[in-house]
Write a protein that binds this ligand. Sequence first.
Ligand code: FNR
Length: 386
Amino acid sequence: MQLHRANNVADLRRIASRRLPRPIFDYIDGGADDEVSLRRNVDAFARYDLIPDVLNDVSAIRTETRIFGQASRWPLMLSPTGLTRMFHGHAELAVARAAAKHGLIYSLSTMGTTRLEDLAQAFAGPKVFQIYIFKDRGLTAEFVARCKDAGFDGLALTVDTPVAGNRERDRVSGFSLPPKLTLTSLLSFARHPAWSLPALTGAKFSLANVSHKVDLLASGPMSLFDYIGAQFDRSVSWRDVEWLASQWNGPLAIKGVMTPEDARRSVASGATGVMVSNHGGRQLDGAPAPIDQIEAVRAAVGDAPDVICDGGIRRGSDVVKALALGATACSIGRPYLYGLAAGGEAGVDRVLSMLGDEFQRTLALAGVNDVAALSRRHVRKSEGWR
Ligand code: FNR
């Protein structure tokens, strides 16, 4: 299937699965343990009905909103994802350029393959940096200073990764950084010439933002598990959130919050919002779907903080459901990565166009002419769902 024939995210996933060597595709596509949360994140959206209004003049629909204090053309943003250069040679810049074209916020991962300064220089659109509290707090403080200098608009602190999730597809495929050249992986790479082979040389895969601290390539291939095990700090606590909020002093979302209590605590600790997220089902398998937590989280924090529903969004109608339940916006990871793998910047452009069209069409069909008018009565838990 060609990019221009793709009708939906599932089509782009199919194209990506053909273009990428199997270990690389599985790294994007997979989740932790039995992938229960991965499936649940997507399936949960089907359990909500949309309740339409009629005869409400939908000739013009207002979709603009604000997230992280920044204007967004519609309530969607792009989640941080690591190792992006593995999926396409143009990496983060291709994704950020497509996001800017659509007036959407882009988030760069600490585990990204483009230096935050280079991204900021090449990309004038609204941008968030995804940060961790490292064992070395100096490294985190250094990131805060770099983000201020580079003009990032917000920070997303990921807190659902005290240890690496158990991604069994990656264990089976031997996924590591740079890719391990076993006979099986070599065969898979050889069968996918469209995927840029020069990327295999290793240098291109450096984690650009931390490579000055951790030379991943010096000691030979290092798996992501090893890296995370070495750098992530299991002792991170709410006190660190207060510390980070005071260092940054700007829009800050806690990414990975799942409960109303933790959402309230995030705001009390200085965050301006939460990303309700189970890391796309890649960390704690069995965690609930983000969409099922939105209503309670919104009730807990009140109207002002950003509540972002992150995980499982595959249709524009999913965003409408999340907003009706109280989300400020939604955020996507895999959908844009499938697009990137399928066709670089054009592929990301395609997925953002499709989701945006679906969102507009769903609002029109639901009789809603302003996103701000979406409310709880537009959505209901399906009856008779098994
Ligand atoms: C991620 N995610 C992620 N999150 C984060 O905070 N830092 C990171 O470096 C990464 N890296 C990463 C890589 C890949 C390949 C994927 C698929 C995901 C999680 C991401 O930000 C987001 O929470 C999920 O992707 C959302 O779920 P969906 O949209 O993929 O269903």
